[in-house]
Design a protein around this ligand. Structure first.
Ligand SMILES: *[C@@H]1O[C@H](CO)[C@@H](O)[C@H](O)[C@H]1NC(C)=O
Ligand SMILES: *[C@@H]1O[C@H](CO)[C@@H](O)[C@H](O)[C@H]1NC(C)=O
Length: 820
């Protein structure tokens, strides 16, 4: 017996090794070509998320070429009040954002700026190799009867070999400009700026538009100076102060009375007032007369000197733009099924996804970390992270919740973004996820908010810039990873069944190489695994609940034997009013905060992490690890029911030890937290609690509204109170999880044919159909009325609430629309 087993074992081992070797060799070349494709197709894009339009390359950290766009109407004396640069909700643009966009291909962004009477379109496109790109800027007035100008200011840094770039030619005839630059990482390149049409502002009744030497709105203005690369992001501030000084000097010299209002645009044209020597930094300003028919249009092209496919003519740009817009739409249509007759719905969905993708940025710089402050009862009043120090630099490739409000990486949001992005571009989602996992430090910690560099910090109140390695956040990234693994494993199984046709060839897309190639994914999974393991252990160690407080209670309730004392958790770093680490800031929790508190959502999230670790260990054939995770997962599922399920309230609740009775006390506030073990698909398929949870979600007196599931029950004493952030308003992220979970527990809900269903299935189906419909119709309605998606939706009216143009997790509506 023994010998036979050994021989078989040896056999298996030899076969396994050979197989592994072949896999690894195959994978190595595949991996290189995959990396190459990723690097090329994602090199250039408008990766400065916080700008209305700002370009920088990905993964280039030393003096990267950075370009930005600003605009204003300089025909008025208060011109500078209306200058646009960083995305600001306060600018009150009637509409802005990408209508069509994919970072690999390009797209079209629009800006409807009433204050500046401007309808602006910016196209971005690349050549097929991805090493060259072009932007086309096109403007027309919103109101043709108004006499306004549009002054467009482009700025960029150029670092020639000597640190200063060359201007090759300035043609006065057509206002074209051409520059040469050199980048250590990307080599020599040329940048050209060329008008297609448009009239510069001039008053024919004046002998000259030159209000002083150098300030002339009737021709392109170019000023070069030295600005350290670290300060390029402050281009608007530098521009404003140079311009303000210049205006002051002119007014002093001439007196206001002697300057014709027709010269305002010239007055507000930048000049080299202080005769700075030319440097690495450039402003190019063009002032178009918007009252002239046809508006204006100009192109900016970047061409690598040694490039196979250069973008040299405006016809070529037109062609590339047309191709890009068609290609993105075609990709969109391949991934999301929207009925042909729902034209406007398709426009909405494509735009919403485009804006999520349009928020993708590349960040590089230092971050602020306080490693000294520990969190204890003393911090319940206020978490004071007073020992912040600059660390880094680090890099992060990520999407953002909202370009206006949150242009930086958020650990909890990003998992939701990836759930959406992976349905459109699997590999892109994976690359973003890997970038996040690269941040895992030796201790296993990842910051809750990743705020890298001064540009990113400039958008955050100082007290919130500092991160602390005791504070966690829901690990939705691992939920996304788990879903990705399911897709790949599921695909493989489908292929095995469907052996007549080669699915892989049919479905093959350049953007889903990992999804269709398990071996390739394995190579990456193997690389990530050790770091993920550290992150997992860090999460469990740092957020573990205080079981000491519970020993006696568990004895009394005869739970000691059945529950796992290791698997109890509470969020570290909550205050009296807020539990920011949980992601659900003001959702009601135990009052007052108590050291014995156990949070059901913290436990559920550890369950998700454990499940993901189990899946990744499974595909990597790490059997011992897989067993270990399976045990922990089953302990967690048990604890959810034995500890956190309240029979009296029929839902999952937080816990504390009651000070007086010294017994277990449930802290129940029906809402998102009570649903989480279900929403995260942790409880068993045959759980006896499913009917209660379906009832809770389907109850219009409690959580069901015409706009989606409310975050907190209408019947809760805290419903709609105080900040009313997570106390009633409808949030897309949790609604998405709930919808997905209903489908998981009741797969029959999407099948129109099944007639025979039990009571709960019928209810689940009714709930699914209603909830899905309500979510879609409300977000769509608000978008039609306001032009934007919002951070959350108001509990009584369904109107948009909190941050505007929030195409982070609200963009999950695209999955809901596109997949039945
Ligand atoms: C892709 O880019 C990364 C980051 O810059 C680099 O380390 C890697 O070598 C590149 N891979 C290929 C195949 O070009
Ligand atoms: C802006 O211009 C485009 C064409 O360039 C046009 O289709 C669109 O309707 C305009 N938008 C507004 C609000 O005027």
């Amino acid at each position: 017996m023994h010998i036979l087993y050994s021989i078989l074992g040896l056999f298996a081992f030899v076969r396994y090794s050979i197989g592994l070797l072949e896999d690894v060799q195959a994978s190595l070349s595949e991996q290189t070509s995959f990396d190459e494709y990723i690097n090329k197709s994602l090199l250039w894009a408008p990766y400065r998320s916080n700008c209305y339009f700002g370009i920088r390359p990905r993964n280039v950290n030393k003096s990267p070429f950075i370009l930005g766009l600003m605009w204003f109407d300089n025909s008025e004396l208060n011109a500078l009040n209306g200058i646009r640069h960083f995305v600001e909700q306060g600018d009150k643009l009637a509409k802005y954002g990408w209508e069509v966009y994919d970072p690999r291909i390009g797209g079209k962004q629009i800006f409807i700026d009433q204050h500046n009477n401007l309808n602006l379109t910016v196209y971005f496109t690349k050549n097929h190799e991805g090493d060259n790109w072009a932007i086309r800027v096109k403007g027309e007035p919103l109101d043709k009867t108004k006499k306004t100008t549009t002054s467009v200011v482009l700025y960029f840094n150029q670092n020639g070999e000597d640190g200063i770039s060359k201007i090759v030619k300035t043609l006065d005839v057509d206002n074209s400009l051409q520059f040469e630059g050199f980048s250590k990482e990307l080599g020599s390149y040329e940048l050209s700026i060329r008008d297609n049409h448009g009239e510069y502002y001039a008053d024919p009744n004046l002998p000259t538009m030159e209000v002083v030497s150098g300030c002339d709105s009737s021709r392109v203005a170019h000023v070069s100076l030295k600005v350290p690369d670290d300060n390029v992001w402050m281009a608007k501030d530098v521009f404003n102060s140079l311009l303000a000084d210049s205006v002051r000097a002119i007014v002093q010299e001439k007196g206001t009375a002697n300057i014709s209002p027709s010269l305002n645009p010239s007055l507000f044209t930048i000049r080299n007032l202080y005769s700075f020597p030319a440097g690495n930094f450039h402003y190019v300003q063009k002032t178009f007369d918007l009252s002239k028919a046809g508006g204006f249009e100009f192109d900016v092209t970047y061409n690598k000197v040694n490039s196979k496919e250069k973008i040299l003519s405006s016809q070529k740009i037109t062609l590339l733009i047309t191709e890009a817009l068609q290609e993105v739409e075609a990709r969109f249509n391949r991934h999301f099924q929207i009925q042909d007759e729902d034209k406007e719905m398709r426009v909405f969905a494509l735009e919403t996804l485009s804006n999520l993708l349009g928020g993708i940025g590349y960040f590089h710089g230092t971050q602020m970390v306080d490693r000294e402050t520990t969190l204890d009862d003393g911090q319940y009043e206020k978490i004071d992270l007073a020992n912040g120090h600059e660390e880094g630099p680090l890099s992060l490739f990520t999407s953002v919740p909202s370009r206006a409000f949150f242009p930086r990486g958020f650990y909890w949001d990003e998992g939701f973004h990836l759930l959406q992005i992976m349905e459109y571009d699997f590999d892109l989602a994976f690359v973003i996820m890997s970038s996040w996992f690269d941040l895992i430090e030796d201790s296993g910690w990842i910051p809750r908010e990743v705020i890298l560099g001064n540009e990113a910090r400039s958008k955050v109140p100082e007290e919130f810039t500092v991160q602390n390695p005791n504070i966690a956040n829901p690990p939705v990234l691992l939920l996304a990873f788990s879903e990705m693994l399911d897709k790949v494993i599921g695909k493989k199984e489908n292929l095995a069944i469907n052996f007549f046709g080669d699915n892989r060839a049919d479905n093959f897309e350049e953007t889903s190489q990992l999804e269709n190639n398990e071996e390739l994914l394995l190579v990456y999974a193997k690389k990530i695994y050790p770091k993920l393991l550290r992150h997992y252990e860090w999460f469990r160690d740092s957020q573990r609940g205080s079981i000491d407080e519970w020993e006696e209670v568990l004895e009394d309730e005869e739970l000691s034997e059945d529950i796992s004392k290791n698997e109890v958790y509470s969020w570290k770093g909550r205050t009296i009013d807020h539990c920011l680490p949980s992601g659900l800031d003001d959702y009601p929790r135990a009052q007052p905060p108590d050291i014995s508190e156990l949070d059901v959502d913290a436990l559920a999230w550890v369950g998700v992490m454990t499940r993901s670790m189990r899946k990744i260990a499974h595909i990597l054939n790490f059997e011992d690890d897989e067993r270990r995770y399976a045990n922990i997962e089953s302990d967690i599922v048990k604890n959810l029911d034995l500890l956190h399920w309240s029979e009296d309230n029929s839902c999952y609740c937080d816990l504390i030890v009651n000070d007086y009775s010294e017994a277990r006390e449930f802290v129940c506030h029906e809402g998102y937290i009570s649903l989480l073990p279900f929403a995260l698909k942790l409880i068993p398929l045959n759980s006896p609690h499913l009917p209660d949870l379906i009832n809770l979600m389907g109850d219009p007196q409690k959580l069901l509204s015409d706009f989606g599931l409310l975050s907190l029950s209408r019947q809760d004493e805290f419903f709609g109170t105080k900040e009313n952030y997570w106390r009633g308003p409808i949030w897309m992220n949790i609604n998405y999880l709930c919808l997905d979970a209903i489908k998981h527990y009741y797969p029959e809900v999407t099948n129109d044919e099944i007639k025979q269903m039990d009571e709960t299935s019928k209810k689940a189906k009714a709930l699914y159909v209603k909830l899905r419909g309500n979510l879609i119709s409300n977000v769509f309605r608000v978008w039609k009325e306001k032009g934007y998606c919002y951070e959350a939706y108001e509990q009584n009216t369904g109107d948009g609430k909190s941050a505007e143009h929030f195409t982070g997790w609200t963009a999950l509506i695209v999955n809901i629309i596109g997949q039945k």
